[in-house]
Design a protein around this ligand. Sequence first.
Ligand code: ADP
Ligand code: MG
Length: 403
Amino acid sequence: MSLRTLQSTGDLTGKTVLVRSDFNVPFSNAVIADDGRIRASLPTLEYLIRAGAAVIVMSHLGRPDGVVDSTWSLEPVARRLGELLTVPVHFARDTVGPDADARRRALVPGEVLVLENLRFDARETSAAESDRLEFATQLTTGVDLLVSDGFGVVHRKHASVYDAARIVPSSAGLLVATETDILHRLTTDAARPYTVVLGGSKVSDKLGVIEHLLPRIDRLLIGGGMVFTFLAAQGHRVGASLCEVDRLDTVRGYLETAQKLGVGVILPTDIVVANTFAADADVTVTSSDAMEDTPYGASGVGLDIGPDTSRRFADLIRSSRTVFWNGPMGVFEMAAFAAGTRAVATALTEMDGLGVVGGGDSAAAVRAFGFPDSSFGHISTGGGASLEFLEGKSLPGLEVLGW
Ligand code: ADP
Ligand code: MG
């Protein structure tokens, strides 16, 4: 279980290196809304440029499903990358077609070529291995080394992630190495006390993580939409809040397991309840065991953890040596329901030890609050991939790199 790393690949001077990055960034009105994933790719690209390699970068963007669709072109990403790097960045209008071919041949060491969206070709994500191998073979033609650095896709058995890494010599990039190292620490030798904070909309998304981490942690703090399934499992009424009734037994099982293991499951004592799901709703704070005893009765909807809970969660985070946080504590997109998420984020920036933020929405939340990435121990770039890692699953894109 040890990744092949960039540092062990030998002299790269004059070599052609193909990098699989994850440039799947959000757009708003055709403008990149958050370039975090592009910036996260820079250390590896800069390393390869300094090493004297000619660098070709490939990625997917969105789900164009094998159809060329200019809405999902990587050209704006290539342009942004050109602003962030000090070397020339070229862009090819295809992946394995004539434009990419010509530009690969013209590429010189120290320069970067970005290929068009991999998912314009249906073979990238094909379930048929022969399709993927054919595409991966074309992608790796003339390539000396494949560097896998798109952590957000390492749980996918895709041509550029998995098959390409079997065809030519391959290694993890710096981002994939860092992500793997940190997530591995969260599942093995985390410093204690070790606290996991879970929120977000659906408990069903996080069942595997709870199951795998419960024996490894000291306390589990729960907020967000998923907390109402926990409160309901304890017999409380939760009004019109999110609640997955088909998971009540599973959740009861976790509560029992936690008790046997001596893990503290800490649920909110107070909740911000709104009369409706809206930014300008009427709101009140109520005890979590009396959610329907408000003027809104059974139509009240819990949209954030309350201020007492925020304080308690923040104290528990600050007194931890390791924290993994995934999922907002409330509907942070609306200012009236952002306080709980902000309190958790703030506590993570104040703790001593390793504080890890996982999950796309959680990462978006801390950035929206204005925290620089550097104020956290680590912000994972891979939502689904980091959850699968923490569920103890084997990830094809890591396995192929020696993990
Ligand atoms: P992440 O992407 O960080 O893993 P999720 O995707 O699981 O997080 O959940 C994020 C979403 O959960 C956010 O859009 C947020 O509005 C929503 N959410 C949080 N708390 C609640 C709540 N009490 N009711 C409804 N939705 C909620
Ligand atoms: Mg999400």
